[in-house]
Design a protein around this ligand. Structure first.
Ligand code: HEM
Ligand code: HEM
Length: 229
């Protein structure tokens, strides 16, 4: 007999806000990377990702059941076992992250730190040209892992006949009664979003020192043009 399942809350609001902000920031940072005029947008989205990962590391220790690292981080044997089962078509179903997905998640968190640290060093000219090259290389490696991550999400959705992408939006999956989390911690999710919007506003008001001159010169020019008109 199989256990009856019904929609249960798995992803709290902070995890969902974190995830979709990461998607937005990664896409935005990647698309603005080559533009000098959009450098403020590029670095602001990058620093936002660093802050989001900082939050996620804390939430992975004190957050709800499926957000905790202790719930989904598994050793190499568990990952290899899961992948073996996956290829023979009998992979076990996990209510939270599966062991292979968890590996991609850890890689994405680590790569975010690497790309933002190297970006910060590039912006502040803390090293030579090699830092800029390293920053670009890590960003491209990360794009590769994101593609694998999305492929894994789609494969897992097909295999287990569940809609993982909508689940990351509304937070619910089919599961056994009693396995869901009790609270979505909406207040924390809203505060996280408010903190990000506040940071963006602050960056707009006073850009980082390494960028400030260029940005101020531009807005000064714009001001003059306005007066001349
Ligand atoms: C703290 C966050 C970040 C800072 C401060 C930062 C800063 C910079 C700066 C200053 C450059 C220009 C280098 C130059 O040509 O002079 C750059 C380039 C680049 N950044 Fe970032 N970045 C950050 C995050 C990111 C993220 C998250 C990504 C990936 C999504 C990314 C991808 C790239 C790429 C691909 C280039 C090379 C563009 C080209 O082809 O010239 N950066 N970044
Ligand atoms: C449109 C592109 C994307 C889609 C559709 C997507 C979808 C998903 C889904 C469905 C999950 C939950 C997986 C599960 O059920 O185990 C997830 C988790 C995750 N994804 Fe994505 N993802 C995308 C892009 C990204 C990007 C660009 C990043 C990072 C830069 C990212 C980082 C993560 C992380 C860190 C988690 C773990 C969530 C947590 O526990 O906090 N994803 N993603």
């Amino acid at each position: 007999m199989t256990t009856p399942t019904r929609p249960i809350l798995v992803w709290d609001l902070p995890v969902r806000v974190f995830h979709w902000l990461m998607v937005l920031c990664f896409a935005g940072a990647y698309l603005t990377a080559e533009s000098d005029g959009l450098r403020l947008v590029h670095v602001t989205l990058g620093y936002t990702m660093a802050g989001l990962v900082g939050f996620r590391l804390v939430w992975g220790l004190i957050g709800t059941r499926y957000a905790r690292f202790s719930e989904f981080v598994r050793g190499p044997r568990a990952v290899a076992g899961y992948l073996r089962d996956l290829f023979s078509g009998k992979a076990r179903h996990f209510t939270g992250h599966n062991p292979a997905g968890a590996l991609a998640i850890l890689a994405l968190l680590g790569l975010t730190l690497a790309v933002t640290l190297s970006g910060h060093a590039t912006l502040n000219a803390l090293g030579g040209e090699w830092l800029e090259d390293a920053h670009e290389a890590v960003a491209n490696l990360m794009l590769g892992v994101v593609i694998v991550h999305i492929g894994g999400v789609l494969a897992s959705s097909l295999l287990h006949r569940e809609k993982l992408v909508p689940a990351m939006v509304h937070g619910r999956k089919a599961g056994a009664e009693g396995e869901g989390i009790r609270s979505g911690w909406n207040v924390v999710g809203i505060l996280l979003l408010a903190a990000v919007l506040g940071f963006w506003w602050l960056q707009w008001q006073s850009p980082p020192a390494a960028l400030a001159d260029g940005v101020r010169a531009e807005s000064h020019d714009r001001g003059h043009k306005h007066h001349d008109d």
